[in-house]
Design a protein around this ligand. Structure first.
Ligand SMILES: NC(=O)c1ccc[n+]([C@@H]2O[C@H](COP(=O)([O-])OP(=O)(O)OC[C@H]3O[C@@H](n4cnc5c(N)ncnc54)[C@H](OP(=O)(O)O)[C@@H]3O)[C@@H](O)[C@H]2O)c1
Length: 267
């Protein structure tokens, strides 16, 4: 990572922050992003424990202008881009029958446009460095799960985008990574979008089997180092992926038998 410049969207807390710290510890210059200046300043201070090659770009990547501003500011400061990690994402809760259609709009603006808005202006610069563009997906992006329809659909869209870029940019040597993240510890007061469109605070996951944000960050760094396409996290994720590709109706039956767990897990 020494000499590399990495942009991580949504890196003022949670998984994005852990990825920024992991890459900084390995020597990369870091471009942080988020919409809250205080959280960004706190994260910037953590990065400075490793080195001073860090800037924060406070902008909303779900807007076209935000995506461009992020890339422009990174280039202005560091003159090149080696790694773009599209981490911004918001989840939702509710069955399709009860969900307000606007929830789909908000989730897709964040998770799909929030990914494509920085990626498009970054691609010409990633060609110059034969760099990496990484998409942070979820196990909900492997198959549709109850109560997570809009979220899962948005994460599945990332696979389509990632596959297209892999083929389109093969001649330019850009590495594309897609990380299927399993349930991970969450920041205090993390919110998801409720069925009516209002934000709901999620319960802490202290007593649940979850991965640490540091574990996810190390897996992302490994994906970049090995220039792998797909990284699926957790044994359950790998099993889900295998069974879904060969025995999808079995996976459906297992989910139906465990509906209670899904309802509990979505809190
Ligand atoms: N946590 C899990 O269990 C889990 C599991 C699978 C996949 N994932 C995926 O991992 C990624 C990160 O999840 P997380 O749990 O770490 O989320 P999080 O704690 O909610 O953090 C999201 C980060 O993105 C920023 N952000 C949100 N919307 C933004 C926007 N439009 N423009 C710029 N910054 C924005 C937030 O800061 P501000 O609010 O200050 O802008 C924050 O820094 C997401 O893509 C999520 O879908 C998470």
């Amino acid at each position: 990572m020494h000499g590399k410049v990495a942009i991580i969207t949504g890196s003022s807390r949670g998984i994005g922050q852990a990825i920024a710290l992991e890459l900084a510890a390995k020597g990369a210059s870091i471009v942080l992003n988020g919409r809250n200046t205080q959280r960004l300043a706190e994260t910037e201070a953590l990065i400075r424990q490793y080195h001073d090659r860090v800037i924060s770009v406070c902008c909303d990547v779900s807007m076209k202008e935000g995506g461009k501003e992020l890339i422009d500011r990174a280039l202005e400061q560091f003159q090149k881009i080696d790694i773009l990690i599209n981490n911004v994402g918001v989840s939702m809760r509710g069955t399709v029958a009860e969900v307000n259609p606007d929830v789909f709009k908000t989730v897709f603006e964040s998770n799909v446009l929030g990914t494509i808005n920085p990626t498009i202006p970054a691609l010409p610069y990633l060609r110059e460095t034969k760099g990496s563009v990484v998409f942070i997906s979820s196990l909900a992006g492997i198959r549709g799960l109850p109560l997570l329809s809009a979220y899962g659909a948005s994460k599945m869209a990332l696979r389509g985008i990632a596959e297209s870029i892999r083929i389109e940019e093969a001649k330019h040597g850009i590495h594309v990574g897609l990380i299927y993240v399993a349930m991970t510890e969450i920041a205090h007061n993390k919110e998801a979008i409720g069925a009516d469109g209002a934000m709901v605070v999620l319960e802490t996951r202290k007593n649940r089997k979850v991965q640490s944000t540091e574990f996810v960050a190390r897996a992302v760094a490994k994906n970049i180092r090995q220039r792998k396409f797909i990284t699926t996290l957790s044994g359950l994720g790998k099993l889900n992926s295998f069974l879904q590709s060969r025995f999808p109706s079995l996976v459906e039956r297992i989910i139906l038998m465990n509906m209670k767990k899904f309802e509990e897990g979505s809190k």
